[in-house]
Structure formats: structure tokens, C-alpha cells
Write a protein that binds this ligand. Sequence first.
Ligand code: MG
Length: 160
Amino acid sequence: MVQIRIGNGYDVHQLVADRPLILGGVEIPHALGLLGHSDADVLTHAIMDALLGALSLGDIGHYFPPSDPQWAGANSLELLTQVNQLLEAQGWQVGNIDSVIIAEQPKLKPHIQRMCDRLATTLNIKPDQVSVKATTHEKLGALGREEGIAAYAVALLQSS
Ligand code: MG
């Protein structure tokens, strides 16, 4: 019998000058980028936490602590590969992922399909198993003032 598990993830990073804006492994042209120890790919971080959460394996801070210089500037897709290997080693595979990015700026629609493609390739699944949506925060609060970008993700895993 196929077993299923579900997990959710959330992350937020500050927007600052002189940093690249990387979301779902795609570098997006913008005046500001996300601040963080790694490449600060907030979408990929939320997805990793959803995957780990589905198997009650803790969170990404446990596996890739910001205090460890090994992860400075890390490509988050490489971290996602490691998380996927952890799932596969335990006999699980991703059924589907649904996610939403909250960003006042820039407009993300032109980049969404590339994010899905990159994430799916990294997870050895088809692009239609990954959903990435984007919304603004309607100018409300810190996200609405473009002080940061947040992301939510839900992941369904199935035993293989
Ligand atoms: Mg993060």
C-alpha cells in the first residue's frame, strides 16, 4: 500500500542592496537581493522545510546551520539535492509541491516556469509536479514595504 505524508514550510529573508535575487534557483534581475548566509533562496528554503517536515526530520537549520562556514554562499539547489537524497534513502519520493512567493516587487510571472523546471530537475520529478505561485502583500507591513520576500510551501511525499 502506498503511504503518503504531508509537510509545510515557511521562510522569509530581508531585501538589501548588492545581493542577487535568487528564487527557485533562478536569478532574477532586480535592484535588491535577499540577505542570508547561503544564497538566501527563500522559495527553495521553504520547500526544503516542507520536505523535511513531511518526514518529521526537523528543519534546514539543523542540516545546514548558518553558523557553519561550509554553507556560506551555498547554492540552495545543491542543499535541496541533499534533502532529496535523504528522502530517497528512506524510500520516499515527492508526489507534488505547491508554493507561493510573497513579493511586492519585482513581477515574478515571467520567471515562474523556469523556477518549476529547475526545482523539478533538482528533485528528479516532472515540472507539473511543482507549482510556484506569486502574490504581493498589497503594500501591507514589512513585506508590503519591500523590506523582504517570504515563501510558503506544502509538499506531499509518497513511499516508493
Ligand atoms: Mg532561509
